[in-house]
Design a protein around this ligand. Structure first.
Ligand SMILES: *Cc1c(COP(=O)(O)O)cnc(C)c1O
Length: 390
């Protein structure tokens, strides 16, 4: 098979759609005003900003005044966790706040929890099952009198499992009205997401994961949910997250979100390609799919291979033109296996041989064939050289 370039790391970041670039261009040189300026150039920008807010709100089932722009998904997660737990603790006179999340969250959530723990919060990390699923009962049984915030991701970035967030929220709210955040960075753009159906108080997502540019994110904050201000300054984002808005990026994110809604019908074909990829690769011996077999993101195929290192695998695949990703972070000199894979009960040694291939609508059938063939070739080659595989 002739060498190809196959980008299968869409869970890390995506290529910006040409229509998105086109949407953005006027906001660099024509409608370049500051939305806070009173003159007509500023007011033109303000009008565009308002329209983007309304367009984004429309796609996710929110009201425009519930949409807040940030710089990325990480910022949205940090703000929601810190901001909502602080106000809830103050209003309810809770001296030592307790917050709940799961063991499989993105570092944007886990490291924020760690920082809050270091500053005196109590934290609970709830377990998942072997498919990476979080159960509503497990979350509810973690609730204490001093619980000030709960956050569960909508879809996992490493192994693609989709979480029953609507059921979890329903179960939580039956106990008490504790602020609830879902990190929907991987879900938005890939599966239908509606804040009303989910019942969440806050929802975060990011531009660069949905074929919009890097440097822009969003936090949905349900009317009535109170958050501490994130950044003090001008009156932008109702004075809660000051700083002149990145209008071009915001316009791009609105466009990308609309495109993903309009193309949602293609998700079935995408999932069929994903399943063919999974079937092809798991036909190798000592090779396992990670995450839920069916309840997973349409573009996520993730595996563990016995007897090899994920990094060597990536290196050889990259030489063959294939861009994937591994959960094990050996490069950080820590030799830490992925917290997501170990929390599903996968043995540590196998976790080191992990591979995630995240495809998108652009991925062709030929790309799938090429990946299957090359992953097989590379895995067999690495196992032949491996001192631990026989
Ligand atoms: C990428 C990602 C983030 C972080 O978003 P950035 O915009 O890169 O900061 C947070 N959560 C999940 C699940 C992600 O996949």
């Amino acid at each position: 098979m002739e060498k190809r370039f196959v980008y299968a790391d869409n869970a890390a970041t995506t290529k910006v759609y040409p229509e998105v670039v086109e949407e953005m261009l006027p906001y660099f040189t024509e409608v370049f005003g500051n939305p806070s300026s009173l003159h007509h150039v500023g007011q033109q920008a303000k009008k565009a900003l308002d329209s983007a807010r309304a367009r984004i709100a429309d796609v996710i089932g929110a009201a425009p005044e519930e949409i807040f722009f940030t710089s990325c998904g990480t910022e949205s997660d940090n703000w929601a966790i810190r901001g909502a737990s602080a106000v809830y603790a103050r209003v309810n006179k809770i001296e030592k706040p307790h917050i709940i999340t799961t063991k499989i969250e993105h570092h944007a959530v886990l490291h924020t929890f760690k920082a809050l723990e270091n500053s005196g919060y109590e934290v609970t990390y709830v377990d998942v099952d072997e498919n990476g699923k979080v159960s509503p009962e497990a979350i509810v049984s973690a609730i204490r009198d001093n619980t000030c915030l709960i956050t569960v991701m909508l879809a996992n970035n490493e192994m693609g499992t989709i979480e029953p967030v609507a059921d979890i929220v329903k179960a939580v709210k039956a106990v008490r009205n504790i602020p609830f955040l879902t990190d929907a960075v991987q879900a938005v753009g890939n599966i239908p997401v509606n804040v009303k159906d989910l019942g969440v108080d806050m929802l975060s997502f990011s531009g660069h994961k949905i074929h919009a540019p890097k440097g822009v994110g969003c936090l949905y904050i349900k009317k009535g949910t109170r958050l501490k201000n994130l950044i003090e300054g001008g009156g932008q984002e109702k004075g809660k997250r000051a700083g002149t808005e990145g209008l071009a990026n915001i316009m791009g994110m609105a466009k990308a979100l609309e495109i993903s809604r309009d193309r949602m019908g293609e998700a079935k074909e995408l999932a069929a390609k994903r399943d063919r990829l999974i079937k092809g690769i798991t036909s190798l011996p000592d090779t396992y799919l990670t995450g839920h077999p069916t309840d997973r993101l349409p573009g996520n195929a993730s595996f563990v291979f016995k007897g090899i290192e994920g990094e060597s695998l990536l290196f050889l695949l990259s030489a063959a033109g294939i861009c994937g990703s591994t959960g094990s972070a050996c490069s950080s000199a820590s030799l830490e296996p992925s917290h997501v894979l170990t929390s599903m009960g996968i043995p540590v040694e196998i976790c080191h041989g992990s591979l995630r291939l995240s495809i998108c609508y652009e991925t062709t059938d030929e790309d799938i064939d090429y990946m299957i063939e090359n992953v097989k070739k590379v895995v067999e080659r690495l196992r032949m050289m491996s001192p631990i595989y026989n």
